[in-house]
Structures are given as C-alpha cells and as structure tokens.
Design a binder for this molecule. Structure first.
Ligand code: HEM
Length: 423
C-alpha cells in the first residue's frame, strides 16, 4: 500500500512544519490508518514512513540492517542526491558526520567524544554554564518586560554553551549561528543564505556554499589545536587518531560541523518551544516555583513537545520485517520522531503539555547506537537556564503570535514574543 499523496506531501513540505497543526494532523491520520506505508512523491525515491514509536525504536535497534550512510540521511530529492554524489566523489551525504556513517567507522568516531559528554564529565562545567545562564537571564530582564524569547535568549544561550565546550571564541558565535540556520533552515527565506525563495538547484548550491564556508573556518581550528592541544571538544577532534592516523578531511570537518550546529539549534528550538508552552499556561510557572522538583519533568516534556529533529532516514541493507511489513534491501525509511512522540499507544493524551509524565519515553533524542551524543548536555543546560530564570520572573504570557520555521528537518519556533513581570 502507498500512502495517500496529500498525507505524504503534508509531512514532506517544509511549510507544513511552520504550522505544526498540519503536520500533527497528517501524522495522526497516518498512525491511525497507515502507520507503516510507503510515500511516493514525484522526484523522490519512495520511502517508508515509520510513524509509531515502537517501530522507530525497532529500526534504530537494528543498526546492522538499517544503515545511515548508504543513502541520504535526511529527505532529499533524487536529483539533489545525485548532484551531492558528484560533488563528494560518491557519498550521498554532503557532510560526513556521525549521523551519516555506520559500523566500525561510527564506533571509532563516536568514541572520541563520548566519554567527555557523559553526566560525570559535564559536572565540572556546571558552574560555567550557570554563569552563562545568569548572563542571558540578565539580558532578558534588560528588555523591560517584553522580548522575543527565541531571538533574544533561546538562540543565543545554547550557542554560547556549546561554543564554550567546543573551544570557539565568542566573537565567532554570530557567524556560527548564521551558518547553522542556513544549513538547517534552507527552505525558510528569512533564514537561508539567499534570503529568498530558492529553486531546488539554488537551494543545493546555497547548502554547498555554507558547508564550504564552515570547512574553511574549521581548517584553521585544526591547525590551532594541533599546535596547542586543550581539553575542548574541537581539540579532541583535531588531535584524535584512529589506528594511528588523524581523521581524514571529511571525517574531521563532519565532526566539527555536527557538533557546532546540532549542538545548539536543537536545544535552542526546545528552549524556545518550552517558553511558548509556559507562556500559554500561566499556572505552570507558579507550580514549578513552588515545587522545583517538577523541573526535570518540564525539561523532558519540552523535549517531547518540541521534538526539534523532525526525522532522520535509514536504508535497509537486507530483506527484513518491521511492524508486520516486508522491507526489501535498498528500501529507504523515514523515522518520523515528531509522530513517534505523539503516538497514542504510548501517551493517552499526546497533544497535552504535561510535566508530570514519569517516565516520559520520548524518541526526540533518537534511539540505539546513534542516540544523541549531546543529550546530557542538552538536559543540563536547559535545566540550569530554567532554574535561573524562574528565580527572576513572577509571570509570563504570550505577547502576540509565535512563529515557526519553514523546514522539515531540524526546526522549531523562530519568534516567541512574550510579556513578563520581573520578581
Ligand atoms: C544525534 C536530537 C542536542 C550532538 C541526534 C539525533 C537526534 C538528536 C534525534 C539522531 C539520533 C538517532 O539517529 O538515533 C537532539 C535533541 C537535542 C540535541 C532533541 C536537544 C534538545 C544535542 C547537543 C549536541 C548534539 C547539545 C552537542 C554535543 C549530536 C550528535 C549526534 C546527535 C553528535 C550524532 C550521534 C550519532 O550519530 O552517533 N541528536 N540533539 N545534540 N546529536 Fe543531538
């Protein structure tokens, strides 16, 4: 069976994600009527839409059968993928990062940073992160009771945290933010490189230019950290060796780029979405101020609620079965995390924002061997920000309509206008 074209279009079209109700409604129908079926759209290779949480986990659990790197790891059209292969010398992904490699290469690369982002390794950073959080809360309060929480706080605080951990100087943060937004929000004229609507050819060209600009920047980073190694993550990447050899050019650039982009955009979107949820539910702030132990539940629910990574793709290397459906070698699959996080068989009220879910088994960080490398840092930095912010405000509400980014990949709110009262 193939999925109804209008449903397939709704979950692929970047514009749908700017009005979340459209995507939520499409996935609700898909989960009810065709939870694991093939989408066929003009110009794209057909792909299975994996909409239920259990099926998403099952695909991710079998990483030896479902590969990341054999085909594009995110939705792309046939022509775009062919052009990327020409540009990269055969790789279907423009950037060779952890999310686009498999097997031993993935294990070797992941092992370089993994021990340094575990909770115990992050503990010594807590005070620095708290200082950064206080600085951004001060900045918010300096706006005199009104701000765009997305652009004034949520985009900037996780950026400062990750750049501090990576070892990127403050003066380069604006450059990193701009290039990250270009990379993830290429369909959004407000944020893409062209500053306008683009044809698919123009969009690919812009993405390539952004990737090359990032590579140029990171070239100098390798030289700097090889000359003077530090404990920063970029220094670990620059100096890492696998079987006695430094990482090759594409591995190294891919590593710098994923850490410097996925390391803040995801957390920024979640933070902006959490404030949006809070500002629409005035009782929540008081509840958490009275019972600070509710904060972990708020952070976890905001990650499920926002699900900033909308999908990743996998491709099957051999014939198998998932959710009762026969999958053939070479088939392409979309792991629809936003749908998995609204799955009625896991949550009885998936469209409610509830901070008392315990456990909250969301799939927003993915699952299995590729599960988000930065998950502990993301949780820690968000918790610290809310702890610092909740001490300083008495009330918050929306001050107009929020706005979401046009993107089907890593995205979330781009404007969250709020009105707040300081303590
Ligand atoms: C991978 C989500 C924050 C770095 C992923 C994946 C998801 C995700 C869905 C793919 C997992 C899979 O394929 O199973 C998120 C969310 C975040 C967040 C929702 C914040 C709320 C971060 C941060 C960092 C980071 C702060 C910075 C260190 C990475 C890396 C990978 C990854 C390097 C690739 C892991 C691999 O393939 O082995 N993330 N992420 N992420 N994330 Fe995050």
């Amino acid at each position: 069976m193939t999925l109804a074209t209008e449903l397939a279009q709704a979950i692929v079209d970047p514009r749908s994600y700017s009005q979340r109700e459209i995507v939520d409604a499409a996935f609700k129908k898909i989960r009810a009527e065709a939870p694991l079926d093939v989408a066929e759209l003009e110009g794209m290779d057909p792909f299975w839409v994996v909409s239920r949480a259990a099926d998403i986990k099952e695909v991710e659990r079998q990483a030896d059968i479902f590969h990341n790197g054999d085909k594009s790891t995110f939705l792309s059209n046939r022509e775009g993928e062919a052009k990327i292969k020409l540009l990269t010398g055969g790789d279907p992904n423009m950037i060779r990062s952890l999310v686009s490699v498999d097997g031993q290469e993935h294990r070797d690369l992941r092992g370089i940073v993994f021990p340094h982002v575990l909770p115990r390794a992050l503990r010594p950073l807590e005070e620095d992160i708290r200082d950064i959080a206080r600085e951004f809360v001060d900045l918010m309060l300096s706006h005199d009771g009104k701000c765009d929480f997305a652009t004034d706080v949520a985009f900037l605080y996780p950026l400062r945290v990750i750049m501090t951990v990576l070892g990127v100087p403050k003066e380069d943060e604006a450059f990193m933010l701009k290039l990250t937004q270009e990379l993830f929000n290429n369909a959004d004229p407000e944020l893409n490189r062209a500053g306008a609507e683009q044809t698919p050819e123009e969009a690919l060209k812009s993405l390539w230019e952004t990737a090359m600009e990032l590579e140029n920047y990171f070239q100098a980073v390798t030289e700097k950290f090889r000359a003077n190694p530090t404990t920063h993550i970029n220094s670990l990447i620059a100096n890492a060796k696998i079987n006695g050899e430094y990482l090759n050019h594409r591995q190294m650039m891919g590593y710098y780029i994923i850490a410097a982009t996925a390391g803040h955009d995801t957390t920024s979107n979640t933070t902006a979405g959490a404030m949006w949820a809070l500002a629409e539910r005035p009782h929540l702030l008081k509840q958490m101020q009275d019972k600070p132990e509710l904060l972990n539940g708020f952070v976890e629910e905001s990650i499920r609620w926002e699900t900033p990574v909308k999908h990743f793709m996998r491709s099957a290397v051999s014939d198998t079965e998932i959710g009762g459906k026969a999958i053939k070698a070479g088939d392409w699959l979309m792991l629809a995390y936003q749908s998995g996080n609204r799955d009625e068989s896991v949550w009885s009220d998936p469209f409610e924002f509830r901070i008392d879910r315990d456990p909250n088994p969301h799939v927003a960080f993915g699952y299995g061997v590729h599960v988000c490398l930065g998950q502990h840092l993301a949780r820690l930095e968000m918790k610290i920000l809310w702890e610092e912010l909740f001490k300083r405000i008495k009330a918050v509400e929306m001050d107009g309509k929020g706005e979401r980014t046009i993107s089907n990949f890593v995205c979330g709110p781009k404007h969250v206008p709020i009105r707040f009262t300081a303590q």
